[in-house]
Structures are given as structure tokens and as C-alpha cells.
Design a protein around this ligand. Structure first.
Ligand code: ADP
Ligand code: MG
Length: 493
């Protein structure tokens, strides 16, 4: 299926092409035709499945662009309002459809001016209600979208939403998007939608199969070392590390910064301005690693997050799904990595069951393995590098005193020393130990707890030689390896 199959307006289609979308996502495939036929709709799909385009493309394709507000999109947070408007702006700009973003905490004047010029208003419930009730704006949108409806109800916006609808025209097309469908949402849908069609992306499509889910078993005190080692090994382009508590975020930010990583923390209580600046830095690559709590990461939409790390396993399955959904977006692949202590293995098993996917356990790479990985990358980089005139001059100068082989050895040593891997050699548990622990955890289940607790921290199971450890192979990545670190030979240019 292609986007051209939908018969969208030419200028909208051109914007889709420009955005680089080649294939509609499942929710787009199902929703776009129904919206174009004029139906009201309730659509359920997880975060990151492309819901914005699922409503944005068809409604914009049907807009006249006559200068009036034809579309209204209501979203739970300011953050999302900005994201959705950015996306809609992209789709609409070739069609001359302007977007106004409306949220609280900023002066009214400018927002009202923008609304007067806009075809689409993207708004949070509080400010929108204010504007409508005070009569500061009057709009008659033909298309009304409730985006992330479940989140809006969670945040207690039900009354505002109901009130807002009393200001909207009866003749309209209403679309409701939500990641989950609790009863409250169904009830709301009954009240504000008219004979809606339903789109629900089935479970198998919901759990993003492009996310590889791994977990590593470590002792409590090994978490920091394990994290650093895994980041050294995986060399993520962009990653988010999730913590349970804010103070853990602060501590890890300090720790990772000291290790030379370009990190930033993301808190729920950060000032909006500061939050925006931080997110922008992350998007543009000035920061490689975000360390965040669940709350802070709500609605965070950053493409190209290659890895999500769970410093601790989250308390519930829903958070787990939400967290790992920050990667593998927009059809890309991603990796979700969870650190667990031996007594958290049961939680892993429970989440696997709830979510309906299997996580793979692996052993944390040794220093040597990371080093080998880096050498491979280095070799690939050397092979790709273009020789410059300055380099030729430099070698000529060096040749006054040294033979060419010595020069090569010296230069290689220099580069390699920048890439040296720190930390102890073995971190975390080996595969056999993990299997044993899982077995025990499952046996002890419902056994009145407690039981034999041997596996936890007994001394007899440090790793035996590497031969029988059943290690996963090194991922012989080639191509330009880039280090996440500041110095470390990273090719940040
Ligand atoms: P949701 O609202 O379901 O969380 P978004 O609409 O924010 O998801 O989309 C997530 C990301 O995927 C956005 O960056 C968007 O540009 C991108 N995207 C959406 N649809 C497609 C597609 N068909 N092809 C490629 N990228 C897409
Ligand atoms: Mg969305």
C-alpha cells in the first residue's frame, strides 16, 4: 500500500513525499480512507505509530484554505501541542494551511493573532477553554480531533473537553485518538461522536517488532558499571536512560558526565523553557544521552533514538511499553535494554507475559569485547578516510626522523589510546547463572515467597573461562563508528 492510493490532494501528497514517508503505517492505512469518506472515528494505536499523519493528512486534504479555522486538534500537553503543530505545519505548508499553537502560560495576544490567520488550531484544553469562554476567539472548525484522549482524561481534563464541545458547531467531523480505551473514553466518544467507525491496531501490530528487547542481570552495585560498559559497547547514536526517581536521574547525570558522555537530565519539574532547550539539543545531537524519569518522558517524540536503557526495571508493564516505545519509531529499528538484579527476574517474566513478547537475556560484554568492537570500527574508519594534503605533509615531516612503519605504529597507538575501554573486565552474571536463577524464581513463585535464596549472591559462580559462557557474538559492525563520548575519537564534526 502506498500513500498515492489515498487520493490525497496534490500539495498534501507532495508534502508527504518531502517528509520522506514511503509507506503508510497500519493506523494510517486504516484511518485515512475512513476520514476521507467523512466518518467520525475512534482510533486506538500506541504511541509512535503515526497518528498525527493519520488524521492530519486526510483532514488537511479536505480543507479549503479559505483563511478560517477549519480544523481543531486538542492535545493534553504543551509539549505535544508543539510537536503536533510542527508535524501538521510540514504537511500543510505547500497547501498554504497555517497552524496556530495554543497553550497556557504565555500571553494571549500573539496566540489570538495567530489563530486569526490559521487553518488549524492545535490546543491544550485549559487555554482553549479560556479563549472560548471569554469570547476572545470564535471558531467553527469542520474537523475536530481529540489526540491522546486517554492522557487528557488521566490529567483530569474531562470537564474542560465537554465544555469546549459546547462551543463547537454541531455539523462537524470528530476524530478521537487514544493509546488505550478505558471506559471513560468510550463514554466520552458516545457523547461527542456521531456513528463513529472504529480503528484498532491489533496487538501484534501494536507491539513494535522492530524493537529488540534485551535484559542483563547484574548485582545491585554493578548497575553503573554495567550501564557504562553497555553504552561503550552499543555506541548508541541517541539514547534515553530511564530511572525511577528524580534523585537517581541527578546522580546518574553527574556520573555519566564524569565519564565523558554528553548527557542531560530530564525532570518532570523542569521549567518549560529549559525543557525545550534540552530537547532541542537532544534532537540536534548536541546531547547524546537523555536521563529521564517516566513522567518527564511523557509524550517525548524524538526520532532516531537508537537505544532505550532501563537503569531499573519499571514498576509496571505499561511504563515498560511506554518507555521502550521511545525507540524504534517511524519504522526504524531500536533496542531496549533493561538492567535487572537477580531478584527482579520475576518482574521480567511478568512483564513478558503482560506485554506478550519475549525478552532475550545476554551477558555484559567484557572489556576485551568492547575493545575488539572498537578496533573493528577503527579499521573500517581508517579504510574509509580520505588522505589529505596536510596529512601527507605531516608524514613527510615525521619521516625525517622515523621510518614509515614506526610512524604508522605511533599514529595507531595514539588513536587507540583514545579508544581504550575502562572498567573491570566482567560485569554482571553469566548466562548459565541467569538461567538457573530464572528457573528458581519460577519455582519459588507462590511458594510463600522466600524459599531458598541461594542464587542471589553466592560466591561460587563467578564466570568460568569464556569458552563455556555461551556468549552472544560480537556484532561486527562496520562503517563509521562514532563514539558517544566527547573526546574518545568521536567523529563529531
Ligand atoms: P503517534 O502520534 O502515534 O505517537 P506520531 O504521529 O508522532 O506518532 O509519529 C511518530 C513519528 O513517525 C513522527 O516523527 C512522524 O513524522 C513519523 N511518521 C509517521 N508516519 C510515518 C510514515 N508513514 N513513514 C515514516 N515516518 C512516519
Ligand atoms: Mg501523537
Amino acid at each position: 500500500m502506498k500513500f498515492t492510493d489515498f487520493n490525497l490532494k496534490d500539495t498534501i501528497m507532495a508534502a508527504v513525499t518531502e517528509a520522506g514517508f514511503t509507506e503508510p503505517s497500519p493506523v494510517q492505512r486504516d484511518a485515512i480512507p475512513l476520514v476521507l469518506e467523512g466518518h467520525d472515528m475512534v482510533a486506538q494505536a500506541q504511541t509512535g505509530t503515526g497518528k498525527t499523519a493519520a488524521f492530519g493528512l486526510p483532514i488537511m486534504s479536505m480543507m479549503k484554505g479559505d483563511g478560517s479555522v477549519e480544523g481543531l486538534v486538542i492535545v493534553p500537553t504543551r509539549e505535544l501541542a508543539m510537536q503536533v503543530s510542527d508535524e501538521l505545519f510540514r504537511f500543510g505548508k505547500l497547501s498554504g494551511l497555517k497552524t496556530a499553537t495554543v497553550y497556557g502560560g504565555t500571553p494571549y495576544g500573539k496566540q489570538i493573532d495567530r489563530i486569526k490567520q490559521a487553518s488549524i488550531v492545535v490546543a491544550t484544553p485549559g487555554r482553549l477553554q479560556d479563549l472560548l469562554m471569554s469570547g476572545k476567539i470564535k471558531i467553527n472548525p469542520k474537523f475536530v480531533v481529540l489526540d491522546e484522549a486517554d492522557e487528557m482524561l488521566d490529567m483530569g481534563f474531562l470537564d474542560e473537553i465537554k465544555n469546549i464541545f459546547t462551543f463547537l458547531p454541531k455539523e462537524r467531523q470528530t476524530l478521537l485518538f487514544s493509546a488505550t480505551m478505558p471506559n471513560a473514553i468510550r463514554k466520552l466518544a458516545e457523547q461527542i461522536l456521531h456513528n463513529p467507525k472504529t480503528v484498532s491496531i491489533t496487538k501484534s501490530e501494536k507491539t513494535n517488532t522492530k524493537i529488540t528487547q534485551l535484559y542483563y542481570v547484574v548485582q545491585e552495585r554493578e548497575r553503573d558499571d554495567a550501564l557504562v560498559r553497555l553504552i561503550d559497547y552499543k555506541n548508541p547514536e541517541k539514547c534515553i536512560i530511564f530511572c525511577r526517581m528524580k534523585k537517581e536521574v541527578d546522580r546518574l547525570v553527574a556520573h555519566m558526565t564524569a565519564q565523558g558522555f554528553k548527557v542531560s537530565g530530564l525532570h518532570g519539574d523542569m521549567e518549560q523553557k529549559q525543557r525545550e532547550v534540552t530537547i532541542r539539543a537532544f534532537k540536534s545531537g548536541g546531547i547524546d544521552i537523555f536521563i529521564a524519569t517516566d513522567v518527564a518522558a511523557r509524550g517525548l517524540d524524538v526520532n532516531d533514538v537508537t537505544h532505550v536503557f532501563n537503569y531499573h526495571i519499571p514498576f509496571d508493564s505499561e511504563s515498560y511499553v511506554h518507555r521502550i516505545g521511545r525507540t524504534g519509531r517511524a519504522g526504524k529499528t531500536g533496542e531496549a535494554i533493561t538492567l535487572v538484579s537477580p531478584n527482579e527476574l520475576r518482574t521480567i517474566k511478568r512483564i513478558e507475559k503482560d506485554v506478550g513478547t519475549k525478552m532475550t537475556t545476554q551477558v555484559i560484554p567484557t572489556r576485551m569485547e568492547v575493545q575488539n568492537n572498537r578496533n573493528d570500527e577503527l579499521i573500517a574508519r581508517i579504510a574509509e578516510t580520505k588522505v589529505t594534503d596536510k596529512a601527507i605533509d605531516l608524514v613527510k615531516t615525521l619521516q625525517h626522523d622515523l621510518d614509515i612503519v614506526s610512524i604508522a605504529h605511533l599514529l595507531a597507538s595514539m588513536v587507540q589510546s583514545e579508544l581504550s575501554v575502562k572498567g573491570k573486565d566482567n560485569i554482571g552474571l553469566g548466562l548459565e547463572e541467569i538461567e538457573l536463577l530464572i528457573e528458581r524464581a519460577m519455582q519459588n513463585r507462590g511458594n510463600g515467597g522466600g524459599g531458598r535464596n541461594r542464587g542471589r549472591n553466592s560466591g561460587n559462580r563467578r564466570r568460568s573461562g569464556s569458552g563455556d559462557r555461551n556468549r552472544h557474538g560480537r556484532n561486527g559492525r562496520s562503517g563509521g563508528g562514532r563514539s558517544s563520548r566527547n573526546g574518545g575519537g568521536g567523529r563529531r564534526d
